[in-house]
Design a protein around this ligand. Structure first.
Ligand SMILES: [Zn+2]
Length: 377
C-alpha cells in the first residue's frame, strides 16, 4: 500500500478525497468531484499539476492509498484510564498490583495515565497532586452525571470561555490533576498501588461483595469526555467479580439470588439484565461519540457480567481478556503486550473513523465488524 506523507485533498462540498476517477481540467487547475460534481480549484501546493506531472493519488493504479500527515501523527496522544476493582481477595489484589507495576515502565512516551479504583465506593485518584495523595469519592449506588462529576472535582472552566472549546473549556491544570504524562506517573501510580487495599467494607456472610462497576466506568467515561473528547483514549477495567451495586448491577448482593444463567437469559427471566443492558448501551453511545474505547480484563473464577458489558466493548472496538485469576499468565502476558511496541505488541489504535462517500444513487446499509454509527446522515 502506498503511503503518502501529506494530508488528503478533499472536495469542499462533500469532503471526498481527490482520486483517479476525478475529472481534471489541467488548464484551469480545477478538479471535479465524481460524487457530487463540485468543481474545486487546486490549492497552491498543487500548482505544478499537469497531465505529465500527476501526484500519486491521481495515478490510475493507485485506487487505494493511505495518507499519513506528519502533523497529525506528531500530535497523536493516547490516554489510558485504569479502572481497578478492589472488591477482590487479598491474594488476587497482590497479583493485580504486581502485574500493573510491571507495565508502568512500558507506557508509550506521549501517553497520559489516570487511575480509578472501586468497590463499595468509587475513588478517583488525583495523581498529579504530588505533596499528598488525594482522592475524590463517589457513591457507588448512584450514577454520576458529567456535570455533577466536574462540579464535585472542582473543575474550573477557562474564563473567558474559548469560542470553540474542544475541551469544553476545561483548563489544562484541571486535567493535569488527574491525567499525568507517562514519564511522570511512575512514582505516583506506584505509591497509589502500594497503598491500595481490598475494599474495607464488611461483607455479611449471606451477601456478595459490594461492587459498583457501572458507576466506576461512568465516572471514567465522563472524565475522559470532559478532558479529551475526540482524542484516542482507552478505559482499561480490571474486574474480579459481578457488579452488585448501582446502575449496571447484574445480580443483587443477596447470595440467595443466583447469578443469571444461559437458561434465565433464554427465558428472559434474568431480573437485572434489561436494566443493565440499557445502562451499558447508554455508556457505549457516550464512549463512541467521544471516540473512546473500553477494554475488559475479567479475571475471576466467578462470572463478572461480560454478557451485559460486552455491548460497550463491541461498539467501541475494545477487547476482553478472560482468565480465572490476575495471577494467570493469559492476563499478565496480554497486559504486557498491550503496551509493548514492535512485533510483540498488540499494535492497538483507537478513535478510528470510517467514512464512506458514495455516488448519489447509492446508500450504505451497514458495516460488518466492531463499529458503531456516528449517526451522521
Ligand atoms: Zn464532492
Amino acid at each position: 500500500m502506498l503511503v503518502l506523507p501529506y494530508a488528503p485533498l478533499r472536495c469542499r462540498n462533500c469532503s471526498s478525497v481527490l482520486n483517479p476517477f476525478c475529472v481534471m481540467d489541467f488548464a484551469a487547475k480545477i478538479w471535479i468531484c465524481p460524487f457530487c460534481f463540485h468543481r474545486s480549484h487546486f490549492p497552491a501546493h498543487y500548482a505544478s499539476v499537469s497531465e505529465e506531472n500527476l501526484p500519486a493519488e491521481l495515478f490510475p493504479q493507485y485506487t487505494t492509498i493511505e495518507y499519513k500527515s506528519p502533523r497529525e501523527a506528531a500530535c497523536l496522544q493516547s490516554v489510558f484510564m485504569f479502572v481497578i476493582d478492589t472488591s477482590i481477595i487479598e491474594e488476587e489484589m497482590a497479583f493485580l498490583k504486581s502485574a500493573l507495576s510491571q507495565v508502568i515502565g512500558l507506557f508509550p512516551d506521549n501517553s497520559l495515565v489516570g487511575l480509578i479504583t472501586f468497590g463499595t465506593l468509587v475513588h478517583l485518584h488525583e495523581i498529579g497532586f504530588s505533596t499528598a495523595p488525594k482522592t475524590y469519592v463517589f457513591k457507588g449506588s448512584k450514577d454520576v452525571s458529567k456535570g455533577q462529576l466536574l462540579e464535585q472535582m472542582g473543575f474550573f472552566l477557562n474564563k473567558p470561555k474559548p469560542l470553540t472549546g474542544v475541551r469544553d473549556g476545561l483548563s489544562s491544570e484541571s486535567i493535569a490533576r488527574f491525567l499525568l504524562p507517562a514519564s511522570e506517573c511512575e512514582f505516583a501510580i506506584n505509591s497509589v498501588l502500594e497503598e491500595l487495599q481490598k475494599d474495607p467494607w464488611p461483607i455479611p456472610a449471606d451477601q456478595r461483595a459490594s461492587r459498583s462497576t457501572g458507576t466506576a466506568l461512568s465516572v471514567a467515561a465522563s472524565l475522559l469526555g470532559a478532558c479529551f473528547p475526540g482524542s484516542g483514549a482507552r478505559i482499561m477495567a480490571f474486574l474480579g467479580g459481578p457488579s452488585t451495586e448501582g446502575p449496571g448491577a447484574i445480580v443483587s448482593k443477596n447470595l440467595s439470588e443466583p447469578i443469571r444463567s444461559h437458561k434465565d437469559l433464554d427465558k428472559d427471566s434474568a431480573p437485572h439484565y434489561h436494566k443493565a443492558i440499557k445502562f451499558y448501551e447508554t455508556l457505549a453511545k457516550q464512549l463512541v461519540h467521544q471516540g473512546h474505547v473500553l477494554d475488559l480484563f475479567a479475571c475471576a473464577v466467578d462470572q463478572v457480567g461480560v454478557a451485559e458489558l460486552k455491548v460497550v466493548v463491541e461498539r467501541t472496538g475494545g477487547f476482553v481478556v478472560l482468565a480465572e485469576s490476575f495471577g494467570h499468565s493469559v492476563f499478565k502476558d496480554t497486559l504486557r503486550r498491550v503496551f509493548q511496541s514492535g512485533d510483540k505488541g498488540l499494535g492497538l489504535s483507537s478513535n478510528g473513523i470510517f467514512e464512506v462517500n458514495c455516488s448519489k444513487d447509492l446508500k450504505v446499509q451497514g458495516v460488518l465488524g466492531p463499529c458503531a454509527s456516528l449517526e451522521k446522515v
